[in-house]
Design a protein. Structure first.
Length: 533
């Protein structure tokens, strides 16, 4: 057996996004040709230990065991599926069939895994015997097999089930139905926009695909909005909510058909229950005054009340500056989502014009100790965001509260992480993608006693309301995502309307949360919902 090209494992192996890469110079176990492969004196096994604190790569040559310990990131990675990794899953077909093997070798340039994917096996696997073969160890990536992974042979796509694929190392996927994927999540992924600046677009887009297909939430860091701006915004929020009630009431949203302005503690309703939060909603200043004959939704663009500079100096200017920063980031994220869907980067631009309104919100959640006993602990009840395509959130307090519901119905904490923003998908994006990108149910619990109030500053990307939503022409390879079943506490009650009358669905959504404004400015629509003065 020839092992002339065998190289020692590198002292350190990059573990990117909790993945082990066996790729060219990272771990090049065998870059020589093995004229006889698998006999008793040759390579016996390759073991990739399950990732816990550390991962072990082990292989045996001529009775000598080689091991290498790979230090992983602090957060452990648990494989979703116990697949096996072997050399030559085609062994049964060519025990002596080198001509057939040569044919496979010629096709290797057309044989690939779209996103690469084997989870690390927990036990060693003995290699099956093959004679007269040439096997190379370059260009292999080891990680979880994800639902929808495809391979291609001679240009024809197929899904890896219980068979082998070569890329160029031969891999075997087990169990028989590798597509039965536990695609649930137990944490919120963190995406780093700096990967794009480093030219690692492919890695970033793979991470983004996992986030938008299977979670619907993700953190983003290196987002470009200065921390000083967020600090100033939080300070002004504290100043505003500390004002006497009669001063805050001058900015009450009842003064505008836009649903923008101030809301008292307990005045917003979610799922029929009052939310224990005080808030101020604001948006881009379109200042359109509705007149008879205009579409009803134009009332949403009416002027709205700001706190005066005499009451909170710099409030309006700061939050309009923050809104502009949020909008630029949102545009960037939506273009990346389009690319992750293998669409042109500008695919969502058609839903944005000058006559649209992105909105922001400033929220104070009082500690549970400050509430009445019958108020409960609902900061905001289980819901999905329905105002547009995506939400971006700055958690301005280092306090728990935001929770995301996974597909099993469990609530996963989205705790504040310094230097990050939280992004979640809205129902509008879910509709545009035909259900491929889920709008995930989430809620906020009141802060624990003794730790003060929790402040939050979200942004809601607005879309034009004069253009019906139309399902985008997304590649068929993603259709398998439409069939996933999600257990949710939140009823997507307006889904059928989003495609037919998005503007009216938007108004209905706001009326259910702020019935007083609905009755005042949209009496007929409010009555349709059974809400009367």
């Amino acid at each position: 057996i020839s092992i002339a090209g065998l190289r020692k494992l590198q002292p350190s192996i990059p573990a990117v996004n909790n993945e082990l890469a066996i790729n060219n110079g990272s771990i090049n176990l065998l870059d020589s040709e093995l004229e006889r492969y698998g006999d008793p004196s040759g390579i016996k096994s390759l073991r990739l230990g399950t990732c816990s604190k550390n991962s072990i790569v082990q292989y045996t040559i001529n009775s000598i065991i080689y091991k290498h310990e790979v230090t992983l990131p602090q957060k452990p990675h648990t494989p979703r599926l116990a697949h096996s990794l072997m050399f030559s899953g085609y062994s049964q077909k060519f025990k002596t069939a080198s001509p057939y093997f040569s044919k496979i070798r010629k096709q290797q340039s057309d044989l690939w895994l779209s996103a690469t994917h084997v989870s690390l096996p927990s036990a060693p696997q003995t290699l099956r015997q093959i004679t007269i073969t040439r096997i190379y160890m370059g260009d292999v990536l080891v990680r979880d097999l994800l639902a929808g992974d495809t391979a291609a042979r001679n240009g024809s796509a197929f899904q890896p089930l219980d068979y082998s694929v070569a890329s160029p190392l031969f891999l075997v996927f087990k169990p028989a139905s590798a597509m039965t994927v536990a695609s649930d999540f137990s944490s919120i992924p963190i995406l780093d926009l700096d990967l794009l600046a480093q030219g690692k677009d492919t890695l970033f887009l793979e991470q983004l695909q996992n986030s938008i297909f299977h979670v619907g939430f993700f953190y983003v860091k290196n987002h470009g909005i200065p921390q000083q701006l967020f600090d100033r915004a939080k300070s002004l929020a504290e100043d505003f909510f500390d004002l006497p009630q009669e001063i805050k009431d001058k900015s009450d949203k009842i003064h505008s058909s836009s649903f923008l302005g101030y809301s008292k503690q307990g005045f917003e309703i979610t799922k029929g229950k009052k939310d224990n939060r005080e808030q101020y909603d604001y948006g881009e200043e379109l200042n359109i005054r509705w007149e008879p004959g205009m579409p009803e939704y134009m009332k949403l663009y009416a002027p709205f009340p700001w706190p005066s500079d005499e009451d909170v100096n710099g409030f309006r200017a700061t939050y309009l500056e923050l809104l502009d920063g949020y909008k630029k980031l949102s545009t960037k994220i939506l273009s990346l989502i389009a690319r992750a869907l293998e669409l042109p980067a500008d695919s969502f631009d058609q839903y944005f014009t000058k006559v649209q309104q992105s909105r922001g919100k400033i929220i104070k959640y009082p500690a549970i100790s400050e509430l009445n006993p019958d108020d409960g602990n609902q900061g905001v009840g289980p819901h999905i965001d329905s105002a547009g395509l995506i939400t971006i959130l700055y958690q301005a307090s280092d306090l728990p509260g935001l929770q995301v519901q996974n597909h099993s119905g469990q609530w996963i904490d989205a705790t504040p992480i310094p230097g990050t923003l939280v992004v979640n998908l809205q129902n509008g994006l879910d509709v545009l993608t035909g259900g491929i990108t889920p709008a995930t149910t989430h809620r906020v619990l009141s802060p624990p006693a003794g730790r003060g109030p929790r402040y939050s500053i979200p942004f809601f990307e607005g879309v034009r309301l004069d253009k019906p939503l139309k399902v985008l022409d997304i590649p068929k390879k993603f259709d398998y995502l439409k069939s996933k079943t999600v257990i949710s506490d939140s009823e997507k009650r307006f889904n059928h309307m989003f495609l037919n009358d998005f503007a009216t669905a938007m108004i209905y959504n706001r009326i259910t949360s702020h019935s007083d404004v609905g009755v005042e400015y949209y009496p007929e629509l409010a009555e349709n919902l059974g809400i009367k003065q």
